[in-house]
Structures are given as C-alpha cells and as structure tokens.
Design a protein around this ligand. Structure first.
Ligand SMILES: *[C@@H]1O[C@H](CO)[C@@H](O)[C@H](O)[C@H]1NC(C)=O
Ligand SMILES: *[C@@H]1O[C@H](CO)[C@@H](O)[C@H](O)[C@H]1NC(C)=O
Ligand SMILES: *[C@@H]1O[C@H](CO)[C@@H](O)[C@H](O)[C@H]1NC(C)=O
Ligand SMILES: *[C@@H]1O[C@H](CO)[C@@H](O)[C@H](O)[C@H]1NC(C)=O
Ligand SMILES: *[C@@H]1O[C@H](CO)[C@@H](O)[C@H](O)[C@H]1NC(C)=O
Ligand SMILES: *[C@@H]1O[C@H](CO)[C@@H](O)[C@H](O)[C@H]1NC(C)=O
Length: 474
C-alpha cells in the first residue's frame, strides 16, 4: 500500500514539475475579494484560474489574472504565517492564454494531466451587493495549457453559437472523463440579444466528444444560473448530478431581468448519468426536502462528502446571496433523507467564494466578497472543519477521518459513522426511479468495488445519440 502511494506521488510530482517552470510565489491576497474564479483539485494541490479580483477596483490591472495559481496541499500550513503555499504555474506573458477577467469559467484536466479552461464570460462591469457583475461572451474555445507551459486554444465544433454560454454551471465526473455544463445565457456579442440556453453540454475529456442534451423537461425555456451543481459518484450505476438553488432566467425577459427568479432550496433535481446511454436527453428526478430550508441564494459554494460507512452523502453549502440578502452560514443536505440541517451561522456575510474538500474533513473556502474584512487582515482563505463545525486557519494534511457531526446525524437517526436509520425522504421518494438511484449507497459495501470497474459506454457505440462531435479539432 505504501509503495503504491509513493509511486502515485512520484508521478504527480514529475508531471507537475514539468508544468511549473515558473514557480513564482503568489501574494497572499490573491484570493482577496476574488469572485468568479474556478478551481480544480489535482493530486496534492488546488489549481485556480480566472475570476475578478476585487470588483470594487475593477479598473485595477492584476498581473496574475491569466495564469494558473497552485495552492499546495502536500504539507500542512497556516495561511497567515510564513508558509507560502501558493505559486504560479503558467507564465504571465504567453500568447493565446484565456482572456483576462474571465469569470465563471471552468478548469479541468484530462487523463494525461493536461489542464483545460472552457466557458464563462468576460466581466464588463463591477459587482456590488445590489448589482451583478455583467459579462460579455467569450469565444467557444477550449484553452489548453501544454506541459511546456504554453497555452493553445481550439474551437468547440458544431455547437450553435460562436460564443460559449455565459453563467453556465459546470461540474466534473472524473471517473468517467466527463465535464457537464448546465444551461447558461447565449449572446452574439450584443447586450440586447441574449437567449437562454436550455441545454446541457457534456464533454468527454478522453475521447474529445461533445454531446448536447436538452434540459427542457425540467427547465423549460429557462436557464438555471448561480445554482449548486454537484457530482455524487455512488448514486445510480454511474453517478448523479445534484442541482438546487440559484435563480431561473426566463426566455421572455432574460435581457431585462438580470437576477432572474430565485429558486427555493426545498426542491432538489437529480440527474442520472447512466440514463444518457438509453435516453436522448437523460433523466432528471425531482425531490422535495425536509427540515428548515436555507434562504434563497445564488453563488453558494458547495462540497459533498460520503459517510465513513459509505451509506450517506452530505452536501455542505456556505454563504451566497440573493437580491435582498447576503448570508454567512453553513448548511448540510443529507441524502437519501433530503434533509436540511443548519450547522453554522455567523455575521460576516459573503458570497462568490469557491470551495473544495481538502485533507480528510476540511471545507476550503477561497475568495469571495465580504464587505467587512480588509485584504491586509484576511487572506480570504479559510477552512471549516466539517466534523467539528468550526472555522480554522490551518490546513491539516493528515487530519483525523471525517465523522458525521452530531447535529446532522441526530436528525437522520444515524451515528458518527453514518448508519442512518432513516433511509428515505420524510414524505417518501417522489419517484421509484429516484429511490433506485440510492440502492448503490444502501448496499455500498458490496457494490463499491464493482462500481469502480464500470466504465461509461462510448456514446459512439450506443448509436441512438447523434449529437456528439469532435472538439480540439482545428
Ligand atoms: C480606468 O479608470 C480611469 C480613471 O477613472 C479611466 O480613465 C480609464 O479609462 C479606465 N480604464 C479602463 C480600462 O476602464
Ligand atoms: C494525451 O492524450 C491524447 C489522447 O489520448 C494524446 O493524443 C496525447 O498525445 C496525450 N498527450 C500526452 C502529453 O501524453
Ligand atoms: C462600481 O460600482 C460602484 C457601486 O455600484 C459604482 O459607484 C462605481 O462607479 C462602479 N465602478 C465602475 C468602474 O464601474
Ligand atoms: C508547446 O507544446 C505545444 C503542443 O504540444 C506546441 O504546439 C508548442 O509549439 C510548444 N511550444 C514551445 C515553446 O515549445
Ligand atoms: C446580434 O443579433 C442581432 C439580431 O440578429 C443583430 O441585430 C446584431 O447586430 C447582432 N450583434 C452582433 C454583435 O453580432
Ligand atoms: C420575467 O419573466 C418571468 C416568467 O414570465 C416572470 O416570472 C418574472 O417575474 C419576470 N421578471 C420580471 C422582472 O418581470
């Protein structure tokens, strides 16, 4: 076991070394007031790209805005002290890098460790608590950071627009080499001609195939923006996407109603990834929640974690805002119970951060807009211990294992290991298909090994699905 670990580490180390010739340290305030950035965890590090640094001083040029920043997780650190866990990966002065002020894009890497950036929009005005950052569209291209540190880009072929959808929600399903982009707003470059994109783009990062499916069944003529979209690998036979919150932008007034209609967090949509093989658009299920519902919000950050006994998922969300409120709180959605529990409430309301699960049980929060703290005093990097429900300043590499917090397990009749006695939503599952999605984690001890061996069927072989086409082809 030790040997295997060591070797994986060596490989990752080597591949990163070849990418990061630059290795310049990045100022501690890199994440201060940053919003719209995207992150990905690869090996023992988080890689961040893009976003708008401090929209209050929108005009300020910030030299790191088109480079990849690496946050090292290979050792424990205290961000406010002398450790310097942040370094630059790509050079600052390369041609064909993604454009600066790219917000709400996505960063991902493929099976041979190459980074790609896709989607989002270019920030065109500053954000405040009452106004959204407005964006103009970015070209429909994938930007790729080669191992020799140079960026190159290639169009995503045969998608209708010249421009990528703005405000799309993205999530990776790494076991299946897939990245999903849900909805978004299309523009031809003119602010008066916006359209909702009631579709989901699915990219296969290994085969470079792209498929576009309709989401009209659950989101007719609308686009869901600012919502939480998570990937839960053990649901169904190939994992599921979980969607909630955010706002709905409508076809008829997408140009004038820039906030859209806030969507209450008491309804959760679940997408069965395996259903893409047997249906044209895949299957979405809908389920209502129990427990006190968090207030409406968008741009909430989220992570998911499995109970130690692998029978329950917990989705933690933190902060976010609506047209009237900014939040400072942490909530947990337990699945399959679909029960909400609030586990933290504070007074430093903030939104626009991004989160990742790090170590064994820490929710890492990067960036976000918080009107109460100055950059000099707060690095905008914080960690929340998801077992002990406490904010921390230190990243702990070899932390204790995750245990289900009592506040959560009490509600669902479980223990620190999981073992919840309540195995379904309070009013019952709203459809038998959804109930079946959870068979996997109910009998997960037997099935988890088998699950890992399941590989997604090549769509080309399925034949019923005519939408895919090549990307990266010039
Ligand atoms: C930045 O602000 C200055 C002064 O307010 C203005 O003259 C300049 O055009 C602005 N630059 C950009 C790129 O907006
Ligand atoms: C990455 O994978 C692609 C497709 O599988 C292959 O063509 C390419 O050569 C690989 N690149 C490297 C650096 O291994
Ligand atoms: C940024 O927003 C603030 C508040 O809405 C406004 O006063 C300021 O003029 C804006 N600045 C720019 C450069 O748009
Ligand atoms: C870096 O690699 C890419 C693709 O592998 C190649 O097109 C490019 O010319 C290389 N750049 C340099 C400076 O070697
Ligand atoms: C966008 O489309 C509208 C309507 O087709 C057209 O009038 C406008 O000129 C287009 N704008 C751009 C920048 O292409
Ligand atoms: C936009 O249209 C939707 C659907 O018709 C409606 O519910 C919403 O109130 C409209 N927004 C505004 C600001 O009128």
């Amino acid at each position: 076991m030790k040997f295997v670990r060591l070797c994986i580490f060596c490989l990752i180390g080597l591949s990163l070394a070849s990418v990061s010739r630059q290795n310049d340290p990045v100022p501690l305030d890199y994440f201060c007031m940053r919003t719209g950035h995207s992150i990905v965890k690869k090996g023992d590090a988080i890689y961040a790209y893009g976003g708008l640094r401090n929209p209050k001083v929108f005009n300020e040029t910030y030299p790191y805005d088109h480079a990849l920043v690496k946050l090292d997780l290979s050792y424990s650190w205290r961000i406010l002290y002398n450790d310097q866990p942040m370094t630059l990966v790509s050079s600052l002065d390369l041609a064909d890098h993604p454009p600066p002020r790219l917000i709400e894009s996505s960063i991902f890497y493929d099976h041979n460790h190459t980074f790609h950036v896709y989607g989002g929009g270019l920030a065109t005005s500053n954000a405040s608590s009452v106004r959204q950052t407005t964006t103009s569209p970015v070209q429909n291209r994938v930007w790729t950071l080669s191992s020799n540190e140079s960026w190159s880009s290639s169009p995503v072929k045969e998608l209708d627009p010249n421009y990528a959808p703005m405000h799309a929600l993205s999530v990776r399903a790494p076991e299946h080499d897939l990245v999903f982009y849900l909805n978004g707003i299309l523009s031809n470059g003119s602010d008066e001609h916006l359209h909702v994109f009631p579709k989901m783009i699915i990219m296969n990062t290994r085969t470079k195939e792209v498929r576009v499916v309709s989401t009209n069944e659950i989101l007719p003529d609308t686009a869901r923006v600012g919502a939480v979209l998570q990937y839960l690998p053990l649901l169904g036979t190939r994992g599921a996407l979980v969607l909630f919150g955010g706002a709905t932008r409508h076809k008829e007034n997408v140009t004038t109603d820039t906030w859209g209609t806030m969507v209450p967090l008491d309804v959760i949509h679940i997408f069965d990834i395996a259903s893409l093989d047997t249906t044209p658009n895949g299957i979405w299920y809908r389920q209502s929640t129990s427990g006190r519902t968090p207030s409406n919000r968008m741009i909430t950050c989220a992570i998911s974690i499995l109970s130690p006994d692998r029978t329950n998922y917990y989705i933690y969300i933190s902060s976010g805002h609506s047209p009237t409120e900014i939040h400072d709180d942490v909530w947990v959605l337990s699945l399959p119970q679909f029960h909400w529990t609030q586990v933290f409430s504070g007074s430093r309301s903030n939104y626009g951060s991004v989160c990742h699960l790090v170590g064994n049980k820490q929710l890492l929060v990067l960036g976000g807009i918080d009107r109460h703290a100055a950059c000099q005093r707060s690095p905008y990097v914080s960690l929340f211990d998801v077992t002990n429900l406490k904010w921390e300043r230190s990243y702990v590499k070899d932390d204790e294992a995750f245990r289900v917090p009592k506040a959560v397990s009490d509600w669902i009749g479980g223990s620190a290991m999981g073992e919840a006695k309540i195995r379904e939503p309070e009013p019952g599952f709203m459809s038998p298909g959804l109930a079946m999605m959870f068979d996997g984690i109910t009998g997960s001890r037997m099935r988890s090994t088998a699950m890992r061996k399941v590989r997604i069927t090549r769509w080309a072989a399925v034949g019923v699905l005519p939408w895919f086409s090549a990307f990266f082809l010039l």
